[in-house]
Design a protein around this ligand. Structure first.
Ligand code: SF4
Length: 184
């Protein structure tokens, strides 16, 4: 068993925070162990909680299409979240839950050593990069910090509820497509 698989196994039996009691299945993440690009969302939703896989619901379908538009497939990237168990009613994860789960994400980043880490949405951006950052301001830009290179993006689910968000989401991923040439 690889170290990444060991982390996944620990996550699946974890009860470090209250989300462990309400989840159906934990969602450690999915993708190759040597992925050059990692996507980090906020937490599993209903479909992910049922299947134990990240980004398999409607937002996942949008993400798959956005990746295809820039020449990537799901198999090329590692996809995970800042918390590995579903927050009830899809609320944002609470700070104590994010802190409790952080060691798993740090371990995954350390083992995969991706060239780019794309945060999806505000909670991932504010957890990994800057607690005061606005996702609309930094969407599709390069931020180097702590020896890592980040590209914050708007969460694909934002366009499911708000038509006005569809274009900024596409613009962010288009920018990522251009950035890939320099970093990956
Ligand atoms: S969210 Fe993270 S810390 Fe909380 S129970 Fe799940 S795996 Fe453990």
């Amino acid at each position: 068993m690889s170290l990444l698989e060991e982390i996944a196994e620990q996550i699946c039996s974890c009860q470090r925070c209250p989300l462990g009691e309400t989840r159906t299945r934990a969602v450690p993440g999915a993708g190759p162990e040597d992925a050059r690009i990692m996507f980090v969302g906020e937490g599993p939703g209903r479909d992910e909680d049922l299947q134990g896989e990240p980004f398999v619901g409607k937002a996942g379908q949008v993400l798959t299409k956005l990746l295809q538009n820039i020449g990537l497939s799901r198999e090329d990237v590692f996809i995970t979240n800042i918390v590995k168990c579903r927050p009830p009613d899809n609320r944002d994860p609470h700070p104590d839950e994010v802190i409790a789960c952080r060691e798993y994400l740090d371990g995954q980043i350390c083992l995969i050593r991706p060239k780019l880490i794309c945060t999806l949405g505000r909670p991932a951006l504010q957890t990994l990069i800057d607690p005061t950052a606005s996702v609309m301001k930094v969407n599709g830009t390069v931020i180097r910090q702590d020896g890592l290179t980040f590209v914050p993006l708007i969460h694909p689910a934002a366009g499911l509820h708000n038509e006005n968000m569809k274009q900024p989401i596409k613009d962010g991923f288009k920018a990522l497509g251009r950035i890939l040439a320099d970093y990956v």
